[in-house]
Design a protein around this ligand. Structure first.
Ligand SMILES: [Zn+2]
Ligand SMILES: [Zn+2]
Length: 276
């Protein structure tokens, strides 16, 4: 059984445990928020350890900047935690990458002291909850940055978690752009050499084509691959594996291989590799 039932007095300690044991993330979904003593210590410790706590608070004027309860939220922001204001938020959920607590309890001191509350914890389902509830449901709606429409649903005050996520995404985007640019350059280079070959073969006689991908490389029929394709070829080492392009003219043929890297017209013009 990987589920446990918690009564009011046990829920608070389960929340503390979820915060303390979190590593990659800790999502705290609590419409209303007012810290209690023990929890305040736990949060201070988590801030000191640079933990990534993300608070989902109900969007209420009292809680946003200028509101009478904003000072409560300000503490979280100053700790480097992320705060997401969500309209109409009513769910309560506390989770890290190992454990999920679904409960009726707000992270609210009065509720801990005075209410009958109920909680149940679930282990081993964090990725599912993260994807389907946090990302698709809470963050799946439209952000309300600078909007006047009725669709606005949440607003993020960025802390460690979202900053890291954003930086990671920007990094990936940059890499992808660089990859696309390099690919475009290779294609242009290839197209240029192809057209030169078609007009006058003597030009660029020190340049050839990778027999697998067609990239422009130094002309050497004993080394007819670009580095990437060579690595792939070398993991099998099959001299007769069918490749695509003539090393000299760059045109497509269906009888090209490491053993015979040029079309029949250009095979003669090349020094025969030693393995011939
Ligand atoms: Zn290649
Ligand atoms: Zn050729």
């Amino acid at each position: 059984m990987n589920q446990e039932l918690f009564k009011t007095d046990e829920i608070a300690s389960a929340i503390t445990r979820i915060i303390d044991e979190s590593q990659k993330y800790c999502f705290i979904v609590t419409p209303y928020y007012n810290v209690w003593d023990q929890l305040a210590k736990s949060l201070a410790k988590a801030a000191q350890q640079q933990k990534k706590l993300v608070f989902f608070i109900r969007y209420e004027v009292d809680y946003v900047e200028g509101g009478i309860n904003y000072k409560r939220i300000k503490v979280l922001i100053d700790y480097g935690f992320d705060v997401v204001y969500v309209k109409n938020l009513h769910a309560k959920l506390y989770m890290n990458e190992k454990e999920i607590l679904v409960t009726s309890l707000n992270m609210y001191d009065k509720s801990v002291r005075a209410n009958f509350e109920l909680g149940i914890n679930i282990r081993g389902r964090s990725e599912y909850f993260k994807k389907n509830f946090i990302e698709n449901e809470l963050l799946g709606a439209k952000e309300y940055y600078g909007q006047n429409g009725q669709e606005e649903c949440y607003r993020i005050v960025e802390g460690r978690y979202f900053a890291e996520k954003r930086e990671r995404e920007e990094e990936e985007k940059k890499k992808e752009e660089e990859r696309l640019q390099a690919e475009m350059k290779r294609k242009e280079e290839r197209a240029q050499l192809l057209s030169e070959r078609n007009s006058k073969l003597e030009n660029n006689e020190n340049k050839g084509f990778c027999i697998r991908c067609g990239t422009v490389i130094p002309l050497d029929s004993t080394r007819p691959f670009c580095l990437d394709c060579y690595k792939k070829w070398a993991s099998w080492g099959n001299y007769d594996w069918q490749e695509k392009f003539c090393h000299v003219c760059g045109k497509e043929f269906n009888n090209i291989s490491m053993r015979k890297p040029c079309c029949s017209q250009h095979l003669k013009s090349q020094n025969k590799p030693s393995y011939f």
